[in-house]
Design a protein around this ligand. Sequence first.
Ligand code: CP3
Length: 383
Amino acid sequence: MNTLDPSHPLSAARTASSRLVRAYQGVRQEVTPVWFMRQAGRSLPEYRELRVGTRMLDACLDPALASEITLQPVRRHGVDAGIFFSDIVIPLRLAGVDVDIVPGKGPVLGSPVRTADDVSRLTELDPASLTDETFAPIIEAVRLTTAELGDTPLIGFAGAPFTLAAYLVEGGPSKDHIRARTMMHADPIAWARLMDWTADVTGAFLRTQVVAGASAAQLFDSWAGSLSLHDYATHVAPASTRALSHVRDLTYVVTHAPDAAADADARADEPQTETRNVPIVHFGVGTGELLKAMHEVGADVVGVDYRIPLDEASRRLGHVVPIQGNVDPAMLAAPWKVLQAHVLDVLERGADAPAHVLNLGHGVPPETDPDVLTRLVGFVHGL
Ligand code: CP3
């Protein structure tokens, strides 16, 4: 167990009783908390303006810029959380991998990792080299951001080993991640080495954000939906568990005021303390068949995409797991009445789970009218 610093927003009781954190811990909130994947980004004119002349990964490594971009959607929409502006490939870049983000395309590798020798060359980059010094721009950006956010929690995130490996092996974006899926069967030993290395690199990135001030952590296994349940369980889940083990031990202590209605045995005049862990969310696209397995790798909350209704997702999770999702991003451009009815349906189905955080089923499309997002937040908060 590792207790967060007393100045951390969770320990200092700034975010510990926020709607988002409590919902992630399974306590249903009177008002459903809401945030949007990819809320920090191209749907905002103020983002596009700030990004002019700066490459994506350079923006991520500029603490003042990354912090400002993180804060933009919180100010504009009044969402219940900020999500740290960064990218899943940042820890790869900081570990020494030749990777860039090509606008309109996504992550592209200088040299793809296709053979056992390629894996050996990659894994010579020691994950232990990812120290606080290497992560300094991330730590600084998180500190600047949480100082501004006050009681609003910041969500830290990282890519899951499979999604990162899909980029590493393919060398860039791909449709079915077929080379990565071939490697896991053709050379399971090299694959396991690649996954373990990726787990430690991405896990270090996630831990850094939480220790620096994030109040929750989300692992994105965006492309896990291309896997069968068997392949996921055998060749992917152990590495995701390993990635999450980097944050699983992080705890903080909350102190409850003396409660008059407390149990007669308890000393009513003494404050009660409780140790809680930093909540972990696990999300993937097209992962209806994998929900239970994705919970079991060590997540507290499961993010659901728009392809499966939340009541069905909750049933598959045994009705015991808080869920996040799953407004269809396509609905954001539909007439307000249509979107409104869809959101009400999502909320009603979300009531099947112990707690629900409203989100999209995947990221905000770049062409989304930001006013629709603001209106949606107001609508959910006003119910
Ligand atoms: O607002 C947020 O959600 C926080 C920031 C964030 C970004 N990327 C910023 C970004 C987060 C959480 C991510 C995660 C990410 N990055 C994922 C997992 C989530 C998902 O969408 O499934 C993945 C698969 C990536 C890899 C990646 N990076 C892609 C596919 C792209 C899009 C390429 C494009 O131009 O269409 C990126 C670039 C990227 N990451 C942008 C942003 C805002 C766009 C860069 C730009 O403005 O040009």
